[in-house]
Design a protein around this ligand. Structure first.
Ligand SMILES: O=C[C@H](O)[C@@H](O)CC(=O)C(=O)O
Ligand SMILES: [Zn+2]
Length: 278
């Protein structure tokens, strides 16, 4: 079994992209499919992005030929956040319950990972981000209450939001994966503005809790050469290290941010002043 591979796109190449090119290369349109694990292998820091949606049965994390490994996490680690109904993830025989917005970090070396839902009528939706690892940090769960929520932004600038950090330098320990989520308050629609880049690591956003009738205009590109991608609920956007990742919704929403690369410092961002964006 093979994972679809997304090649790394350069800034220069992206300049000439039309809507379809942008969507094919940076948008993951379908992540949660019934009784399936959907994963995409990117050449941005070799990060794998995707999801698992167990409905009628437990879903085992498969091994893919791309990895040339005996099992998926032989040389990798992964972060998982549930954005659906209650469920549990079994890691080598130990079950970890995950409610909505709870996070599980699974360290390198875990051989058997099984995703479960408690209720087929309201299945769990597990968003997954995995990166290569060279040390085995312990598997650990964190609830959203434990994720030291921080409120930032303001209603005046339509970006009042709460940031929950799970896997990072001062949270769950990992080799590379950094992960958390942001919830926008009612009436706030802008995320990550002022925008930033971090050439030291890639990032991916999964948008969720976005009303089906609404969309987020996700902004990407070099700060002086921006493009947008129109994103629906439960879709993800991959952000190369050279790109901003920001968005403006037609209503409020939440999103999971996940990164991997050079460091684990959440605050490592090079801001792009609003007045200098093009
Ligand atoms: O590098 C960090 C990420 O881009 C996000 O965490 C930013 C974010 O959640 C926000 O401003 O709302
Ligand atoms: Zn960022």
């Amino acid at each position: 079994m093979q994972m679809h591979i997304r090649q790394a796109i350069s800034q220069r190449e992206a300049k000439g992209f039309d809507t379809q090119d942008l969507r094919e290369n940076f948008l993951i349109e379908s992540i949660f499919e019934n009784d399936s694990v959907v994963l995409e292998y990117t050449h941005y820091d070799r990060v794998i992005v995707g999801g698992a949606k167990p409905v009628g049965k437990g879903l085992e994390l498969p091994t893919y030929d791309n990895l040339k490994a005996d099992y998926f996490l032989e040389r990798r680690e992964m972060g998982v956040i549930n954005v659906g109904g209650d469920g549990s993830i079994e890691v080598d025989g130990t079950s970890h319950t995950l409610s909505k917005k709870d996070c599980l970090f699974i360290g390198k070396g875990a051989k058997k990972v099984i995703f479960n839902s408690n209720d087929a009528e309201n299945p769990a939706l597990y968003y997954i981000l995995s990166a290569p690892a060279h040390h085995s940090y312990p598997t650990r769960k964190m609830t959203k209450e434990e994720a030291s929520p921080v409120s930032i932004g303001s209603l005046e600038t339509s970006n009042e939001r709460t940031i929950f950090k799970y896997i990072h330098k001062d949270g769950i320990q990992s080799c590379q994966v950094v992960m958390g989520l942001t919830v926008l308050n009612t009436g706030s629609v802008w995320n990550t503005m002022p925008a930033h880049v971090h050439d030291r690591r890639m990032e991916a956003y999964l948008y969720f809790d976005l009303n089906e009738a609404h969309r987020v205009f996700h902004l990407m590109g070099n700060p002086q050469e921006t493009r947008h991608i129109v994103v629906a609920n439960h879709q993800a956007v991959v952000s190369p290290p050279w790109s901003i990742h920001s968005g403006c919704g037609t209503s409020n929403y939440s999103f999971i941010w996940g990164m991997a690369g050079e460091n684990l410092d959440y605050s490592d961002m090079d801001f792009a002043p609003i007045t200098e964006l093009r």
